[in-house]
Design a binder for this molecule. Structure first.
Ligand SMILES: Nc1nc2c(ncn2[C@@H]2O[C@H](COP(=O)(O)OP(=O)(O)OP(=O)(O)O)[C@@H](O)[C@H]2O)c(=O)[nH]1
Length: 273
């Protein structure tokens, strides 16, 4: 038995070959994508992070008694001038890779809520263009900050209802079980869809061609540099590299040493306390 993030790996014999599920976490900067990802993978809450990092982690999970090899892409959509900072770009890297999406906003930020709406529209458009259903879950994060709410639970539920997706309010710094439940729900949704379509893992196919619908979305949400892929005249690209999730132990910072912590465990660029 080996472990990834301290979780048990399951056997990979022919009968127990794990289902492979790719999950992308989308949302505006600061919504808590990394915090939720790290909470799920390590049961811990991060307080410092590098917003420019985008990584894909893998974890062996058991969902409803079934082994699942789960890959989680913690996305970082970094706009650049003259685009607004939070403009999603190069969306195909996750649109063509993920089996399901977690769209995250922060309940104490109206802006992040509006951002999540743009992401849901992007997914709906992608589903329409590819004639496939991509399960998405809407997450209102930072529930522990409910006293500073700018988005009511009813508004979150209404937005999710508009796009036909599940909705949860969560907190990356409260109980692990709730966060785990949400990720497992995403796996269930993805599994249902995979079973329905009897699909293997999708190819990462890219064609740099804007579709007519994209213009409308661009105009409405400034999703200027997203490209959508069709199956005509395609070029195959490599799958995004999976950074095997691993815990790295590094030397402590000076602040840490003062607290008599000789080493500090980092998950890629994230400081975990
Ligand atoms: N109180 C509270 N703070 C949170 C929660 N989740 C994240 N944060 C904090 O919010 C800030 C942003 O969290 P991140 O996880 O880095 O957000 P992100 O969506 O990954 O942001 P980018 O990496 O910039 O795209 C950090 O200071 C976190 O510590 C939460 O549930 N509750």
């Amino acid at each position: 038995m080996s472990s990834v993030f301290g979780k048990s790996r399951v056997g990979s014999g022919p009968q127990s070959a794990p289902l492979e599920v790719n999950l992308a976490i989308l949302g505006r900067r600061g919504a808590g994508k990394s915090a939720l990802t790290v909470k799920f993978l390590t049961r811990r809450f991060i307080s410092e992070y590098d917003p420019n990092l985008e990584d894909t982690y893998s974890s062996e999970e058991i969902v409803d008694h079934q082994p699942v090899h789960l890959r989680v892409m913690d996305t970082a959509d970094l706009g650049f001038p003259p685009l607004p900072q939070d403009t999603p770009r190069n969306c195909e890297r996750y649109l063509n890779w993920a089996h399901a999406f977690l769209v995250v906003y922060s309940v104490d930020s109206r802006q992040s809520f509006e951002g999540s709406s743009s992401y849901l529209e992007l997914l709906a458009l992608h589903a329409k263009e590819t004639q496939r259903n991509y399960p998405a879950l809407l997450l209102g994060n930072k529930l522990d900050m409910a006293q500073y709410r700018q988005v009511t639970e009813a508004e979150g539920a209404a937005l999710a209802g508009r796009f036909g997706c599940l909705f949860f309010e969560v907190s990356a710094c409260l109980d692990f079980e709730h966060v785990q439940h949400v990720f497992h729900e995403a796996v269930r949704e993805a599994r249902r869809e995979l079973e329905k379509n009897s699909l293997a893992r999708p190819l990462f196919i890219s064609e740099e061609r804007a579709l007519p619908h994209q213009a409308a979305l661009t105009a409405r949400h400034g999703l200027a540099s997203c490209t959508f892929n069709t199956l005509s005249t395609v070029s195959l690209k490599e799958m995004p590299t999976v950074a095997q999730a691993k815990l790295v132990t590094v030397k402590s910072s000076r602040a840490q040493s003062k607290r008599k912590a000789p080493t500090l465990t980092l998950l890629k660029g994230f400081k975990i306390f």
